[in-house]
Design a protein around this ligand. Structure first.
Ligand code: FES
Length: 109
């Protein structure tokens, strides 16, 4: 059954958002240049949540995903680390779609 994990309107006031998946995992969505992507909230460096200690998922420019622990930066399109201790590794992406009502839906795996 499709699972709504966010709504488009959520991104009118914030460009990133943490969510809990139906299976209990922590995840997050970012909206960069109008495109929404989603990933499991676990840094490939030390397997910790990215949004510690500040609670943010994006860097100050709002263009790259950032891990708050050691500052790794990731492309929002693919989750590839482009700077930091896990260079070349990837965040775990989540397949999502957006329906006509603006619901962000987690694809069934
Ligand atoms: S735990 Fe994310 S950069 Fe080290």
């Amino acid at each position: 059954m499709p699972q709504v994990i966010a709504r488009l309107r959520d991104f009118a006031t914030a460009l990133s958002r943490g969510v809990t998946l139906p299976d209990g995992r922590s995840a997050f969505l970012v909206c960069v240049h109008g495109r929404i992507t989603a990933f499991v909230n676990r840094c490939p460096h030390q397997r910790v949540p990215l949004n510690v200690p500040e609670g943010e998922f994006l860097d100050a420019g709002g263009e790259l995903i950032q891990c708050g622990m050691h500052g790794a930066l990731f492309l929002p399109e693919t989750g590839e680390c482009v700077f930091g201790p896990c260079l070349g590794r990837y965040l775990e992406p989540l397949a999502i779609s957006i329906d006509a009502e603006g619901n962000v839906i987690l694809a069934v795996e």
